[in-house]
Design a binder for this molecule. Structure first.
Ligand SMILES: Cc1ncc(COP(=O)(O)O)c(C=O)c1O
Length: 401
């Protein structure tokens, strides 16, 4: 069981200082994500101290809840966004424009134009075509734009193929073979484009760092080479991607992993003397959230026992999209009841609509509640209204209060 969950007196408790979930089951009005700010504070402090000297730009795509954003901003975090919607949300949460990095492969004219008007910290450029577009817009406004080149080093990491981003076949980043053309264009357009940094994001849910080290070694050389022609280059953004343990949360192991990650970063990048930036998402917020759902029906068949709940892939897409594993707990321990194997499924008209298959749970019944653990990242932010189901609610608390 994750250290953020424990049963006391038959009731499930959650949080950095675990609190009973019974108040929320009693006032239940439909599926709800519940987030503990104390966990986020703890994770942020741990990451900040491990990655000493690195500016953390939280990847908003992981969780864009406004209270979480305001909280991170107050802790001194900066922000990585991928759309105009996210830029607007960042400003609304109190982030200064100078603390915003704009990533993403498909930035529109409107989005770039707004980012330039705001004079954000940096636009991470993903292609030559995007660079040309940024330059044209900057020219029309008679401005110079701070950019970083997001490079694709063609390095694979051990993760699900849908969240690997640093390979030739991925749409992300600039191929190193295009760099000469990019350099030429930058030289011709210095008045409007200021090359401040290079950036990298190899993919998400990394639990091993040999690929990252290899990518950094390649890009360090590129950085030093570029710096000869572009003395204004002084930032190295190594992206996000640090993974967590979903299957059996071992927080000590995750801290070791963070230390190992920080060591790779420091060993490879400190000698550059560059300003270091990172874009963590999952590691900061995943453990801080759970999804609470009510059991509607038990459906035993000769082949399987189904538990049908009132939330599904519409609220948490990760199992359907990546076959991602999330631990599932009953809010009542019921340890006196026998254990059975269940498929926990939702109401959506798709066979991919499941939260877990063949899960061992104490016998339960309709009207009881389950929680899907570690859903603070890529949970609500990927939720949708498929089948015209409502979006889940979001509840934020601080287990230190
Ligand atoms: C460019 C970029 N930066 C940062 C992140 C955050 O990754 P993670 O949540 O794995 O830390 C992502 C996630 O896809 C990304 O695409």
């Amino acid at each position: 069981m994750s250290s953020y969950f424990k049963y006391t007196g038959n009731e499930l408790h959650f949080g950095l200082n675990p609190k009973s979930l019974s108040a929320w089951t009693k006032s239940y009005q439909g599926p709800a994500y519940i987030y503990d700010l104390a966990i986020i504070a703890d994770r942020y402090s741990k990451m900040k101290s491990a990655l000493k000297g690195v500016d953390l730009y939280y990847a908003m795509k992981a969780n864009s809840n406004i209270e979480i954003l305001k909280f991170l901003q107050k802790m001194g975090c900066k922000i990585d966004v991928v759309s105009l919607g996210e830029i607007e949300r960042a400003l609304q949460a109190g982030f200064a424009a100078k603390d915003i990095v704009f990533s993403g492969v498909g930035k529109t004219v409107k989005e770039i134009s707004n980012a330039i008007d705001l004079s954000i910290h940096q636009i991470n450029v993903e292609s030559l075509a995007e660079l040309v577009r940024i330059c044209e817009i900057a020219k029309s406004k008679n401005k110079q734009v701070a950019i970083a080149l997001r490079l694709n080093p063609n390095i694979s990491i051990d993760t699900h193929p849908y969240i690997a981003t640093g390979l030739h076949e991925n749409k992300f980043g600039i191929e190193l073979s295009v760099l000469e053309e990019i350099k030429k264009f930058l030289l011709q357009n210095r008045q409007h484009l200021s090359l401040k940094g290079i950036s990298l994001h190899l993919g998400s849910q990394m639990l091993e760092f040999s690929g990252l080290r290899e990518a950094l070694q390649i890009l360090k050389k590129v950085y030093l080479d570029l710096k000869l022609q572009y003395p204004e280059l002084h930032r190295f953004d190594f992206g996000g991607g640090l993974g967590i343990h979903y299957e059996s949360t071992d927080l000590k192991k995750e801290e070791f992993l963070l230390a190992e990650y920080a060591q790779v970063i420091h060993q490879e990048l400190s000698p550059l003397g560059a300003e270091l930036q990172s874009e963590p998402g999952r590691w900061l917020v995943a453990h801080a959230g759970l999804l609470m759902t009510e059991i509607q029906y038990l459906k035993p068949t000769p082949y399987k026992n189904f538990i049908i709940v009132d939330s599904g892939m519409n609220h948490l897409l990760r199992p359907a999209l990546y076959e991602a594993y999330h631990q599932i707990y009953s809010t009542r321990e019921n340890s006196d009841k026998p254990v059975n194997s269940y498929d926990v499924v939702g109401p959506i008209c798709e066979s991919a609509d499941f939260f877990g298959k063949s899960r061992s749970l104490h016998e339960t019944q309709a009207g009881e509640f389950l929680v899907i653990a570690d859903t603070g990242a890529y949970g609500f932010s990927m939720a949708n209204t498929y089948n015209l189901q409502s979006l889940p609610q979001e509840i934020v608390f601080d287990s230190r209060d």
